[in-house]
Design a protein around this ligand. Sequence first.
Ligand code: 8QM
Length: 402
Amino acid sequence: MAPVSSIDPFSAEFLRDPWPRHEELREAGPVVWLERYGIWGMARYEEVHAVLLDWETFCSSAGVGLSNFRTEKPWRRPSLLLEADPPQHSRARKAINRALSPRTVRELKAEFDQSAAALATDLVGRGDVDGVRDIAEAFPLDVFPRAIGLPQGEAQAKEARAHTREALLTYGNLAFNAFGPRNELTRKAASASGPAIEWITARCERSALLPGGLAARVYECADEGLVTEEEAGLLVRSLLTAGVDTTVVALEQALRGLATHPEQWKLLHDDPSLAGPAFEESVRWGSPVQTFFRTATREVTVAGTTIKPDEKVLLFLAAANRDARRFQDPDRFDIRRKAVGHVGFGAGIHLCVGAAFARMEGEAVLAALASEAASIELAGDPVPRLNNTLCGFSSLPLRLSS
Ligand code: 8QM
């Protein structure tokens, strides 16, 4: 008999500080019955990793949130990437892989570094800043819309840029809450999201996107017959959904880790080439995307527990990333550790397609900040931003000094 837990992983209490509950779930057993939702939970690295690799048994096409698309109507058309299995997934993935090829992403590096350097100079000049608004949101919202090719009017059209940022964040907040139950968080995110949904939908059209951007590259895949025009639009929607909040929260986790571990900041300040590993460790330690679901396609036994077809499995990526069976001293934020193998970007066929883009953003920001600021510390209590999937903050008061 599998252990049964009454933990609600989508309650405010859980989301405010998930780490002690992760430990509980991990130690309860390899497979835990979460009675509150009638679903299975896995919080150990070995099982989480194995399930991610076995897409035939644990599918994504029934949705990677709590809702089962076989019996419930999704809140939007399912993603061709995230909420699909081979062979449909393979075709979409091929197109998006091509649009986000390593070469394409590398071409953005100079721009990212430049934007990060300007930001860092400004921040250190100010001293007291909000790590969320002034860094973690400011950077991605600067570079991402430009990289995608979202038109934002003239350089001085501040209003248009603010509108873009607002729409991207509102939409992301909705999408990531919607993977959870229809709780207060999801309802609240949905209630004010109409204009953002319309905005995103309109931006997915070919005619709304600038030539030369990543979105235009997705449409080139339609020109080549790899996907249809309509599919290209949905793939652009994937970029707009998955590309912002994830990197915002990753940067928040990086800043929190570094601000609370002065010795780690010193290492980074002395050697900014550690920015890459520091970002990777932040994704392991903070797991911006905390959970995803899979759905069993057949009866399967995992570590002695039988899972029936159509049953939902909640994968605690964040708990797996802090499993002492896999990572030594896992709660320690250590930018010199080999964080490779973490499941913060997932694993298997759905492994984050934007990881290179995200890593380049993280590396640019951390390297620029580390070379400008000799110290970074909390100047107040971080305020968690509760979300059914993301582990971020609504405010992170920081003090930087040169
Ligand atoms: C999460 O729409 C999508 O295809 C999509 C949405 C969210 C994600 C990924 C893809 C994992 C970052």
